[in-house]
Design a protein around this ligand. Structure first.
Ligand code: SF4
Length: 214
């Protein structure tokens, strides 16, 4: 009996170790993808290209009314410091993708607005690094759904830790009604679009997103 208890204890400890090893492996894998994306992007596009944060700023501005937002709003929504947001916007302005203006109602406030060139730079093909798209296409559709739902969970967790913005995602949107329908394919509901949808359609970058109040 004592032997069985020892065996069970060892088995439990090995399961815990396996799961810890898996977590470490996953974190390492994600880190590698992050590094690859960054280095590929920078290497391919060079100084004239767009870095990940620059892309995020353009995408954020595109989603705003009149494609404009205060610099402080950009900083808040992308969970970066104000000087970082100001610096990125200044770089985008030098590339003529964004223009900066003082707010008409409060001259102390600086507003960034997308230019026509900036708008063109936001097309899905220019936003998605080619190699990342190719890697994603290597997954089967069920694998893509699992990856998407897992990413949503991870991004949500990072947002709760204050490390990343979860804006423009269904899970933090006031119109999102999770698991409202009996259908296993399309259990969620969007009050804005008045449509049901499944995990594979959870949005990470919705243009009509409104933050939930709670
Ligand atoms: S408005 Fe967009 S982000 Fe919000 S629930 Fe609907 S699809 Fe999702």
């Amino acid at each position: 009996m004592a032997e069985l208890r020892v065996l069970n204890k060892e088995k439990k400890s090995s399961t815990v170790q396996d799961s810890a090893a898996l977590t470490t492996q996953l974190a390492a894998g994600l880190e590698k993808i992050g590094l690859a994306m960054k280095s590929r992007t920078w290497r391919r596009e060079g100084r004239a290209g767009l870095g990940p944060l620059q892309r995020q700023v353009l995408t954020l501005l595109q989603s705003k009314p009149e494609q404009r937002a205060r610099v402080s709003t950009v900083a808040n929504e992308l969970a970066v410091r104000l000087p970082t947001a100001s610096e990125v916007i200044a770089t985008l302005e030098r590339k003529q993708l964004v223009r900066r203006r003082h707010d008409m109602t409060d001259r102390r406030v600086v507003v960034a607005q997308l230019t026509a060139k900036g708008n063109r730079a936001c097309t899905p093909t220019s936003r998605m690094p080619d190699r990342l798209a190719t890697a994603t296409e290597a997954l089967s559709e069920p694998e893509q759904v699992v990856l998407l739902t897992s990413l949503v969970k991870m991004i949500r967790s990072l947002q709760e830790q204050g490390e990343i913005s979860a804006t423009r995602m269904c899970v933090s949107c006031q119109f999102f009604r999770p698991n409202q329908h009996a259908s296993s394919d399309r259990p969620h509901h969007c009050d804005y679009l008045k449509a049901s949808f499944g995990d594979s359609s959870l949005r990470l970058n919705c243009q009509v997103y409104e933050p939930a109040t709670t």
